[in-house]
Design a protein around this ligand. Structure first.
Ligand SMILES: *Cc1c(COP(=O)(O)O)cnc(C)c1O
Length: 715
């Protein structure tokens, strides 16, 4: 007799696999059980379900008539997990049963698992989700940061305050990895000053497992127990120890689990020590010499570089290297300078520090940048690594980043997609023809869907603003006023990103008088929502944020500029689904790709962006708006002023008139044409399914076949 599972068991099983986080109907189920708690618990279903006994939940589900939906969802999940006719089943055969091991310092999968800080993490999370949806055999490797990245509050002076809270693994979908005899798996890495131990947690992300190393074990010193506590915290020594653990520890953890990856994908240079450990293992297990082991390891390696900003590439001095990598260096049979040479552009330049990006390039045969323009910049930047080649021959290709559609697409917009796109569109979202149908949606429907999402964002923004104001003991009157800010009938521009100075968050504020005129125009007003965190050590970024916060509090802007604290996946989802325009004005060419604007496209928003990163290859003149002409002035100050002027000009001459030109039914028909065009021309290209398919075809499959060709540059 098969026992029927209880509602509590089914929901708990669903909560234990992050697949639910990209199924809007499953999040809706959790929310309906207790909307208030759902929001208070920052959308954590494990904690929510713990508050209910099985009988209590049964009653609650009956009251809400949820049974058939829960059963259907549960079945759908089981079918997803078992299906054997995926895209990957047909295209990834050469990998056999040996997966791609995808290493990353951060993974942004859902707001309740706070082990990401920004774009890099979101990209890794989206990569895992698409690999799962496509059925590409892949495992993720990362670190478990108990305190994660900070939560942000802004004080009375507009200065960022950082707060770290401790997560309890029991509240998260983490399972501790054990050895066959049931004891917790413990891996260790040697250094000159002792061993570092780590346990391993497993997270299920659909069909893809993610392994997270965690040094909070009693075998470690107090200091090392804190080693993985924070993402991007501490000093250089913390940094090299975290990266040692991620790379070397990560490869060891996989070996201990009996996982022998066919391909090693290092997402950013943080994990580049992984190659060294693979080389050591080949030498030890297969008796290869260093050169042969290096060649074979390189053949199975893929590296993605993410930043043209020099400070974004980790560098360590010889002392730190010897302390932490000394034992591994000896096992590889290398002398001190020979070893450091692996991380130097010129191995014989003893004054060069050890660069993780250089190590990654030297130990992988396939390397790529994350947009077409970033490919050009990266080939120029790393040209010296291949001194006998011309710039075009530098073996760094590019695969442009994309976003995971089910994660970022609003439920209401999805309903439109379901109606006009082919039935199985979500399985074929990387194909251009699939998106053609979007042009057929009646303009009125596109507009009404968008307006409803915009309303939702505004209601949410008011709620967040009120919560922020309460902290300062705002009066009832002030709070009532906040319930009136932002008007759904007025143009709404969003800007949310890290407050790194090159992103120039305050560019629109260079000419305050013009900005005041634009914002307060009596017929055609404009409103802005800003959000974003500055790195805790980045005072310049914090000053830019302070300027914006102070501006938002000035009476003369009439509440039309607002700043929302604590940008994370949840706030990001609201923003990208509800704005009319997404503003992006980095200093070209420093934005490697950017992805937030791609999320906006899916939901019908228009990009207003400098021609940098993905937008440089996406903009066709009619699917959004461009700032500048793509030229770079040698003088940065001139460049900034030129872009600031052009930004205001495009706003006044193009964006605002187009938005406020209405037909007799008050529809901005030409604007809606642009919305549709953006979805049709960009949706298929800038999504993570297409991205993972490109990785598989251009990188994983050749690496698995160990063909000796370098990665071709994808046009
Ligand atoms: C998408 C996203 C990012 C990355 O966006 P950029 O375009 O690179 O700025 C960063 N943070 C969050 C929370 C996101 O959702």
């Amino acid at each position: 007799m098969v026992l029927q599972k209880t509602i509590h068991e089914k929901l708990s099983e669903l909560a234990s696999n992050l697949w639910w986080s990209w199924q809007p109907d499953v999040s809706a189920l959790f929310r309906e059980i207790d909307p208030k708690r759902w929001s208070e618990l920052s959308h954590n279903p494990i904690v929510l379900l713990r508050e209910y006994g099985p009988d209590e939940l049964e009653v609650r589900a009956r009251e809400l008539v949820l049974h058939s939906r829960i059963n259907a969802t549960y079945r759908r999940w089981q079918e997803y997990m078992k299906s054997t006719d995926t895209w990957g089943d047909t295209h990834a055969g050469v990998l056999g049963h040996r997966p791609v091991a995808y290493f990353s310092a951060e993974f942004g999968i859902h707001e309740s698992l706070r082990i990401y800080s920004g774009g890099l993490g979101i990209l890794s999370g989206d990569h895992l989700k698409s690999a799962s949806d496509l059925g590409v055999p892949l495992v993720g490797v990362g670190l478990f940061y108990r305190k994660g990245y900070f939560t942000q509050q802004v004080n009375q002076d507009g200065w960022q305050q950082e707060e770290y809270s401790l997560a309890d693994p029991a509240d998260l979908p983490l399972t501790e990895v054990t050895t066959p005899d049931g004891t917790p798996l413990l891996i260790s890495v040697d250094t000159r000053t002792g061993q570092i131990f780590a346990r391993v947690w497993q997270v299920e992300c659909g069909r893809v497992p993610l392994y997270l190393l965690d040094t909070d074990v009693e075998q470690n010193s107090e200091e090392d127990r804190q080693l993985t506590a924070q993402l991007y915290g501490g000093n250089q020594r913390t940094r090299i120890r975290q990266e040692l653990l991620l790379g070397v520890g990560g490869v060891r953890a996989l070996a201990a689990l009996g996982i022998h990856p066919r391909v090693i994908h290092m997402n950013e240079g943080h994990s580049a020590f992984a190659s060294l450990e693979v080389i050591r293992m080949r030498m030890h297990d297969d008796g290869l010499g260093f050169e042969d082991a290096l060649r074979e390891t390189t053949a199975m390696g893929t590296f993605t570089t993410h930043t043209p900003v020099p400070a974004g590439h980790d560098r360590f001095d010889g002392g730190l290297m010897e302390e932490h990598l000394g034992p591994l260096r000896e096992a590889l049979g290398l002398d001190y300078e020979g070893f450091l040479g692996l991380g130097r552009v010129d191995p014989h330049n003893y004054s060069e520090t050890f660069c993780m990006t250089v190590l990654a390039f030297k130990t992988t045969r396939r390397a790529n940048a994350v947009s077409n323009l970033h490919g050009v910049i990266s080939r120029r930047m790393w040209q010296h690594l291949w001194p006998y080649r011309s710039e075009e021959e530098i073996p760094i290709g590019h695969i442009t980043n994309g976003v995971h559609v089910p994660t970022w697409l609003a439920q209401q917009m999805r309903v439109l997609y379901d109606r006009v796109l082919p039935a199985n569109w979500h399985l074929r979202s990387g194909e251009p023809e699939v998106w053609k149908g979007f042009e057929d949606v009646p303009s009125l429907e596109v507009w009404e869907t968008h307006q409803s999402l915009k309303n939702r964002l505004i209601v949410y923004a008011r709620y967040r603003l009120t919560r922020q104001a309460e902290r300062y003991g705002a009066s009832e009157e002030a709070k009532a006023e906040l319930q009136q800010v932002l008007d759904p009938q007025h143009l709404l521009i969003g800007f949310a990103r890290r407050f790194a100075p090159y992103k120039r968050a305050d560019l629109v504020m260079r000419d305050i008088d013009t900005l005041l005129n634009i914002v307060n125009d009596s017929k055609h007003p404009v409103q802005f929502i800003f959000a974003g965190k500055a790195h805790p050590a980045d005072d310049m970024g914090k000053q830019i944020m302070q300027r914006i916060v102070q501006m938002s509090r000035e009476k003369q802007f009439n509440g039309r500029i607002v700043f929302l604290e604590d940008y994370d996946i949840n706030l990001g989802r609201h923003l990208v689904q509800g704005v009319d325009v997404w503003l992006n004005n980095p200093r070209r060419p420093l934005e490697a790709s950017g992805t937030s604007g791609q999320k906006v496209v899916l939901n019908g928003g228009l990009n207003l962006s400098v021609l940098d990163g993905w937008w440089a290859e996406a903009f066709d003149g009619k699917n959004g708006f461009a700032i500048g002409d793509g030229l770079i002035h040698a003088n940065q100050e001139v460049q900034d002023q030129r872009d600031a002027d052009d930004l205001l000009r495009v706003l006044q001459e193009e964006v605002i008139p187009l938005y406020y030109t209405r037909n007799q039914d008050d529809l901005p028909l030409e604007w809606i044409e642009r919305m549709k065009r953006a979805v049709r021309t960009l949706g298929w290209r800038f999504n993570a399914d297409r991205m993972v398919m490109d990785y598989l075809n251009a990188s994983y499959v050749p690496a698995a076949g160990s063909t000796s060709c370098e990665m071709r540059i994808i046009p």
